[in-house]
Ligand binder design. Structure first.
Ligand SMILES: NS(=O)(=O)/N=C1/NCCO1
Ligand SMILES: [Zn+2]
Length: 265
């Protein structure tokens, strides 16, 4: 597979060559989350708060893979996700980010066409399925809800002290392919809003190749604040071709016959 990326030569418009589902799929992600009108998100009063149990990770790798930066704890991590639209328990796999080269672009999901400067993805896999027992197997399983990704918008404001250990580490993984073992513990729970009650949820896909259509998406309404300096730290990370990674977001995909549910009015 030609190394995919976000440039003209290897970006989202070319991904169909190796991943036909990019163009033929009917549940691709991201999407534009519309809040009014015909195809808007529909309030569902049965949607409960999302429940996360993220004990502080003690051992993790922070990697620049050339198309994002990702934080991946060692396999033994006990973090779990349940509640919300989910009927099973999911295991945390990794988190990573998407961002732009200015504050008017960068997120993958949009709200009524508006992009945020960045989007944080917390990736999980269904640890109760009899059909797979790892993230990679889950991706290849064809199970429509093998994965659950929590999406949080980032907006520019005050410095985010909880994310500072991550943004301070970006300069250490400036070169694509570089990684560091995360020093000390990282408290992911502290990054998230207190209550995980207000979100959009829909059936979608990975937003990066292989674009597998196995993701239950949960995108939270409330953005997380980060400072301009923290945003600039993302924009200084290299893509392996001597250029900064900027704009590592896929444009919105057609909704087709899908509906989006909202846990809030
Ligand atoms: N942007 S995304 O949909 O979370 N994509 C991936 N790929 C591997 C894990 O998450
Ligand atoms: Zn992502």
């Amino acid at each position: 597979m030609a190394p995919w990326g976000y440039s003209k030569e290897n970006g989202p418009a070319t991904w169909h060559k190796d991943c036909p589902i990019a163009n033929t799929g009917v549940r691709q992600s991201p999407i534009d989350l519309i809040t009014t009108g015909q195809t808007c998100a529909k309030y569902d009063s049965n949607l409960k708060p999302v429940i996360v149990s993220y004990p502080a990770f003690s051992e993790a790798t922070f990697l620049n893979n050339g198309h994002s930066v990702q934080f991946q704890p060692s396999a033994g991590n006990l973090s779990e996700l349940s509640g919300g639209p989910l009927t099973k328990k999911y295991k945390f796999e990794q988190f990573h980010f998407h961002w732009g080269n200015n504050d008017s672009e960068g997120s993958e999901h949009r709200v009524n066409g508006k992009m945020y400067p960045a989007e944080l993805h917390l990736v999980h896999w269904n640890s109760e399925s009899p059909n797979f027992s790892s993230f990679q197997e889950a991706v290849g399983s064809n199970d429509p809800h093998a994965l659950c990704v929590l999406g949080f918008f980032l907006k520019v404001g005050a410095e985010n002290a909880s994310l500072k250990p991550i943004t301070d580490l970006l300069s250490k993984v400036k070169n694509a392919g570089s990684s560091v073992s995360f020093p000390g513990k990282f408290d992911l729970k502290a990054v998230l809003p207190e209550t995980l009650t207000d979100y959009y949820t829909y059936d979608g896909s990975l937003t990066t190749p292989p674009l597998a259509e196995c993701v239950k998406w949960i995108v939270f309404k409330e953005p997380i604040e980060v400072s301009t300096a923290q945003m600039e730290a993302f924009r200084a990370v290299d893509d392996g071709h001597g250029k900064p990674i900027t704009g590592n977001y896929r444009p919105p995909c057609p909704l087709h016959t899908r509906t989006v549910a909202a846990s809030f009015k």
